[in-house]
Ligand binder design. Structure first.
Ligand SMILES: NC(=O)c1ccc[n+]([C@@H]2O[C@H](COP(=O)([O-])OP(=O)(O)OC[C@H]3O[C@@H](n4cnc5c(N)ncnc54)[C@H](OP(=O)(O)O)[C@@H]3O)[C@@H](O)[C@H]2O)c1
Length: 309
């Protein structure tokens, strides 16, 4: 198959490109400098020229809680436009298979955990990432409408839990929790700092999956797309507290100091655990343990640090 992967330069995209089952296909992977998904006409021209059989949509404006709160307008507008443009252009070009990558931020805030796919849009969103979530929800719904109204079109959505891994971002403005903590603890080791601050009290729980596991899940979906549920959570099925993430990273980086808590900082939802019944029924589960994933991500980070020196 000829598969167009949007966002192939990003963390998810690069993990897909490292998966051998995916790269045995003919892959189209234009960076944003070659194809800006904010421009509908450019997408149409690109699809007409390249004629992919399938699209995997991993492009997005992605960021942590601070970036989302500060730039809600852009997080909403860019994610909505990118997704709507790409789905609409794909539909108009008769592309029958589309895998949309959404996010667990689309679930209602502080709702019943574990979160089942049917809880989507059942209550108010988490305000700190509302713009991002609304954009992602629009694309999920658009895919559902197309699959329902146009026979032969399979436009499906994965809702992955939080991800981390190789190709993560480690700069302060854009990083998610795990790369941010790796960098923070690494700096504390290098500077021999006795204490590290944790936002909140460390009891909030998060489900983080190693990104190459998501790539394996996508690889399985490509091989048998008809069997993939229309909307499916992709996750571990269990979570860890923020404290447990800090402790695991502390152990791997051999940090000897201690943690202090800043309870005046925002931490988002108390828990965001995905229900993985559909995923299990479909026959897939992740393989990489937290310790293995953190170790591999840390090795990747060391390469990143050395490149900067
Ligand atoms: N990271 C997570 O924890 C996580 C969890 C669940 C779901 N997801 C979803 O997975 C997807 C990918 O996330 P990620 O972590 O890989 O993000 P990322 O590392 O920030 O990568 C995003 C990619 O989007 C591309 N992009 C941004 N604006 C674009 C535009 N106007 N036109 C074309 N491409 C554009 C960028 O391309 P260039 O580099 O070429 O500019 C970049 O490669 C997102 O939809 C996100 O919602 C991520």
């Amino acid at each position: 198959m000829k598969i167009f992967i949007s966002g192939s330069n990003g963390m998810v995209g690069r993990n897909l490109l490292e998966n051998e089952d995916i790269t045995k296909h003919d892959i189209l992977k234009p960076p944003s400098s070659e194809l800006n998904l904010l421009n509908f006409n450019d997408i149409k021209i690109y699809l007409k020229k390249t004629k992919p059989d399938m699209i995997i949509h991993c492009a997005g404006k992605v960021g942590g809680i601070q970036a989302n709160m500060k730039d809600m307008y852009k997080f909403f507008t860019e994610n909505a436009l990118m997704g709507i443009n790409l789905v609409k252009a794909a539909k108009e070009h008769g592309i029958k298979k589309f895998l949309n990558l959404s996010s667990s931020c689309t679930y209602p805030r502080n709702y019943k955990n574990p979160l089942k796919e049917e809880y989507i849009l059942q209550a108010e969103l988490e305000p700190t990432n509302e713009g991002y979530a609304l954009a992602k929800l629009s694309i999920l719904k658009m895919c559902e409408y197309i699959s329902r109204e146009y026979p032969g079109y399979q436009y499906k959505t994965f809702i992955p839990c939080n991800l981390y891994g190789r190709w993560d971002k480690f700069d302060e403005a854009n990083s998610h929790m795990i790369p941010a903590v790796i960098k923070k603890i690494y700096n504390a080791v290098v500077s021999k700092l006795p204490e590290i601050e944790i936002w909140g009290d460390g009891t909030a729980r998060r489900e983080f999956m190693y990104a190459s596991d998501l790539a394996s899940c996508v690889a399985k979906a490509i091989e048998n797309f008809e069997d993939v549920p229309s909307v499916m959570n992709v996750g571990l099925g269990f979570d860890y507290s923020i404290n447990e993430y800090y402790e695991t990273i502390k152990k791997i980086l051999e940090y000897k100091g201690s943690f202090i808590y800043n309870t005046s900082m925002p931490v988002g939802m108390k828990q965001k655990l995905l229900n993985i019944d559909l995923q299990s029924k479909w026959g897939w589960k992740p393989q990489v343990s937290l310790e293995q994933g953190i170790e591999r991500t840390y090795q990747f980070f060391l390469g990143y640090v050395n490149d900067k020196v």
